[in-house]
Write a protein of this length. Structure first.
Lengths: 248, 248
């Protein structure tokens, strides 16, 4: 906490973090700290880079110097999210919520009923980074360019289950134990095309699941799937005596 | 489905619905059907009123005539959501997501760190209604005016558990079996004040829960709690041989 009770600003950087290391800050970060947060030399910030945990650092001239480590890095193997991108602020909310709820990778996918425009990966990455800074994550979800379903499912890792979020009501509810690597696929507002659905269900890694009785918007389905997964993982962890935190 | 493959428009009305009944439509509904959906006399719409299920109806002159019932009414006892209202589009998203994810009642609450302005119940109700029409719900969450915590917890029903969504990381994960009436309380971005948290934990109906390892925004926490609840309820229903749908 800062003296005024507000949390110490948290920034993602790309440099290595270690005791005594001086970390350069981007122009945007310097402007943000000076103009929005009104911080100056000697003030505290928190830094993370997705590899070295979270560090307390002191602002210097255009850089920050690592003081001490606040948290060790945890392995980030959150579920992957494949989704038909909704438009405008719904897309931003999807990325923000998926980041807060622990998604490890975001892949926009073009399905038959997906409407243009394609999601820009640089925008997804910027939103994901901002959400990661805000929510206390130690990593940032990897944001990929939009691709076809076949491209997205090519080279699929053998042990990763792909939960197909199927609004047709036929899937069973997502159930625990939520073990092993997972991914979720959320279709467009108009739903999957029948042939698409059949093709998906024929793939060995696909498990259709239902997310409840209502027709969910894309960003709602994405958040609901990830939230349910976190809770099931946490409950399974408590039941087996492991840590109750949802992140593995 | 309409001939063009789009779903038949779905409208909430306040009149009773029964075979042959003529249901008046509001000016807004008539404009929407004519100008946005480009429908005219004889075209099909779906109607629901929170009491009589969902009906297929045909458009007449300023009204619609009930043809046949598509779905019977189900008891709507979704969890209540008490929340410190976020601002602008985040508030709208909260209401929309909570409606899609089955909340039965929405109550904005003023906590110590809640920032003005107060949420307007007429706006909440309009957003909830729109989301209920879109997501296929048979009822609309009740939207209440903003009130203090003491007011919100006055006359609390004995059997309704209030899950306190506590970002301090001390709560246990929300766990099943998700039985009986429930409510969730989500605090402001700055968190609950220490005295507020102590006071809440001393109340007999309060159960602190954790929604995972990250700091969630208000609207994310609300959606995550309701989604986790739906999934736990559905899983419990499957395990005991009851219907797999999340709504009781």
């Amino acid at each position: 906490m800062r003296r005024d009770g507000r949390p110490v600003p948290r920034l993602h950087v790309s440099s290595p973090l270690a005791a005594g290391t001086r970390v350069p800050l981007s122009d945007g970060q310097r402007r943000y700290l000076a103009r929005v947060m009104r911080l100056g030399q000697g003030d505290a910030v928190r830094l993370f880079n997705g590899a070295d945990g979270e560090w307390l650092a002191r602002l210097g001239d255009g850089s920050a110097r690592c003081d001490g480590r606040l948290r060790a890095q945890t392995p980030g193997d959150g579920p992957w999210l494949l989704f038909s991108p909704p438009k405008r602020d719904r897309l931003r909310f999807l990325v923000e919520k998926a980041t807060e709820l622990g998604a490890g990778r975001l892949t926009p996918v073009t399905l038959e009923r997906t409407e243009p425009p394609a999601a820009r990966p640089d925008r997804l990455a910027a939103w994901a980074l901002e959400a990661a800074e805000q929510c206390g994550r130690l990593d940032v979800p990897a944001c990929r360019g939009q691709r076809t379903l076949d491209e997205a499912l090519g080279d699929w890792p053998r042990d990763r289950v792909l939960y197909l979020c199927d609004a047709s009501g036929e899937g069973r509810p997502l159930a625990g134990p939520a073990a092993g690597p997972a991914a979720f696929l959320v279709g467009p507002e108009g739903g999957f095309a029948p042939a698409e659905l059949e093709g998906l269900k024929a793939r060995p890694m696909v498990v259709p699941v239902s997310l409840g009785p209502h027709v969910l918007r894309v960003e709602t389905a994405a958040a609901a799937a990830l939230a349910a997964w976190q809770t099931l993982t946490a409950v399974a962890g408590v039941a087996t005596g492991r840590d109750g935190a949802a992140a593995p």
